[in-house]
Design a protein around this ligand. Structure first.
Ligand SMILES: [Zn+2]
Length: 533
């Protein structure tokens, strides 16, 4: 509703003959860059004025302002105040930042939206160190009202600043949800803005709001920051009776979305286990061979998907994704038909090999005889294991070294497409069509195909991919043996085993874009919760 209303306002402003951006606060989107200031000059200013956390005199501020704005081409009268507040951004420097605002008032300089937004961020940093006083919280509200009152619609950057300010208050933080909505008018809320509101919602016992925001983030492929999970755990710990149930909900969520926790969240779980040993037991652990937990000695669950899941994945791929979305667009219909007929006649296979991908996996500058030899070596790897393989390739591979190509053709089914075709659709078609036990060989991470399946089937696809994807790890030089990376057959995401024991994979620190590769995390938590029913 709100979004619609704002859009109407935007349209209305256009009708009145004013471009909508005139109504947006702080029209400059770029934050002032300090890197542009000469570093020695900046260091001098910092050590002289910004290491202190108390107020500066008006004369000192005037000096700082004139040094920064007068001698650097990137700092103008328009952004110098925001630059200065950016230089006192840590929580301890709140008194310093406030003293700068007093100086501006005394000098009758009106702070712009960017400057006030920066100040809200300093309040937010202070809030991360300690609880803000009532007076400080009412100062935040005054700034928020001032910003909101001065513009009909705020741009995303101002909304974000307001969110940081509001979540530092006890009474008014829920207004931040309204600004998350407002951000959507001009952009998508950032990970930080979402995480700040969700964490606050957990802290203030509004878990349903928090979970809703987290689900919304993940729909947009934004990974929540660890502060959210820390807040969820802290808040859960306040209710001893419901604690195990809340942790259980968090672990289910992590598993569903394949999220690894950071060391910070892991430490929080370990601390809580010490405080509440009746409710929670946590051991830091690692996996031994074949996915056995070094702590409880249980094997992690097999990654395989059920027959029904496989059937829905195959149908979705073959019907909706590959055919209707016309992924074969670079091929001719005749070629696709020829391929489908070939698969009907020669399937099932144990493994489908992306020939070109394999040949180029140790570099694409190699001479054709080496490329062909590498592919032949991979075919031999499966031949020795009595596997029936299909090699997909391109027409131009016919000109590769004769002995190697002859070996491939006499030990595998081979289908060559035109030189402009894309290989993945053919590979996935043949593999899925061939049945639930069929593997494939390629380095490609298949990201775009997983994405096309939508959220529901994506995790099924990823599990199927993890169970069935082979790739070439390395080749000993020159032209030596190959090392094949075999699929990891156990689950790499958070999941519960027998006796109510959870296994939770960890990473060192937060990353917004974790790798899609299937790698076994070095550190895990072995978590036992009190019965939750
Ligand atoms: Zn264990």
């Amino acid at each position: 509703m709100y979004k619609l209303r704002l859009l109407c306002q935007l349209q209305h402003s256009c009708i009145r003959g004013l471009p909508p951006h005139r109504f947006l606060a702080s029209a400059h989107k770029r934050r002032p860059q300090l890197g542009a200031v000469q570093s020695d000059q900046l260091e001098q200013l910092k050590s002289e004025y910004f290491v202190r956390s108390e107020a500066l005199s008006n004369a000192e501020w005037q000096h700082v302002r004139s040094v920064l704005s007068g001698r650097n081409k990137y700092i103008s009268a328009h952004n110098v105040d925001a630059v200065i507040l950016g230089m006192c951004a840590s929580g301890e420097q709140l008194p310093l930042a406030k003293s700068y605002l007093r100086y501006l008032e005394t000098s009758e300089i009106e702070p712009n939206a960017a400057t006030l937004g920066r100040l809200l961020r300093v309040y937010h940093s202070a809030h991360q160190l300690r609880m803000l006083s009532d007076k400080e919280q009412s100062e935040i509200m005054q700034i928020c009202d001032r910003l909101q009152g001065s513009h009909e619609i705020l741009d995303a950057s101002s909304c974000e600043n307001l969110i940081y300010g509001l979540v530092a208050t006890t009474e008014h933080w829920q207004r931040a949800v309204h600004f998350l909505q407002m951000m959507k008018v001009t952009s998508t809320p950032t990970v930080s803005a979402y995480s700040a509101v969700a964490a606050k919602a957990f802290t203030c016992s509004q878990p349903e709001l928090a979970w809703r925001l987290l689900e919304e983030m993940l729909e947009q492929r934004k990974l929540p920051k660890c502060e959210v999970y820390v807040a969820q755990l802290e808040s859960s710990a306040r209710d001893v009776a419901g604690f195990a149930l809340q942790v259980d909900r968090l672990l289910h969520f992590l598993g569903k979305h394949n999220i690894l926790i950071t060391d910070k969240v892991a430490q929080q779980l370990l601390n809580l286990a010490q405080q509440m040993p009746q409710q929670l037991q946590v051991t830091s652990t690692h996996l031994e061979r074949l996915g056995k937990c070094a702590a409880c000695q249980q094997h992690l669950e097999h990654v395989a998907i059920s027959e029904a899941e496989f059937a829905s994945l195959r149908d979705a791929f073959l019907d909706k994704v590959l055919i209707r979305n016309d992924i074969f667009q670079k091929s001719t219909p005749a070629e696709v038909e020829r391929f489908k007929r070939y698969v009907e006649q020669t399937a099932p296979y144990d493994c489908v090999i992306d020939g070109l991908n394999v040949a180029y996996s140790t570099g694409n500058k190699k001479p054709p005889p080496q490329l062909a030899q590498l592919l032949a070596t991979v075919v031999r790897y499966f031949k020795e294991r009595r596997k029936r393989v299909l090699v997909l390739g391109r027409q131009h591979m016919r000109s590769w070294s004769k002995p190697a190509m002859q070996y491939i053709q006499s030990n595998a089914c081979v289908f060559l497409t035109s030189n402009i075709s894309q290989d993945d659709p053919f590979l996935l078609y043949a593999t899925l069509h061939s049945g639930q036990d069929t593997d494939f060989f390629s380095r490609d991470l298949m990201r775009s195909h997983a994405f096309l399946l939508g959220n529901e089937l994506k995790s099924t696809f990823r599990r199927w991919q993890q169970e069935h994807q082979y790739s070439l790890a390395t080749q000993t030089q020159p032209m030596g043996k190959i090392v094949v990376k075999e699929p990891i057959r156990y689950l790499l995401s958070t999941h519960k085993l027998d006796k109510g024991v959870w296994h939770v994979p960890c990473i060192e620190s937060y990353t917004a874009n974790p790798s899609d590769r299937f790698e076994v995390p070095q550190r895990w938590l072995c978590v036992k919760l009190a019965a939750t029913n």
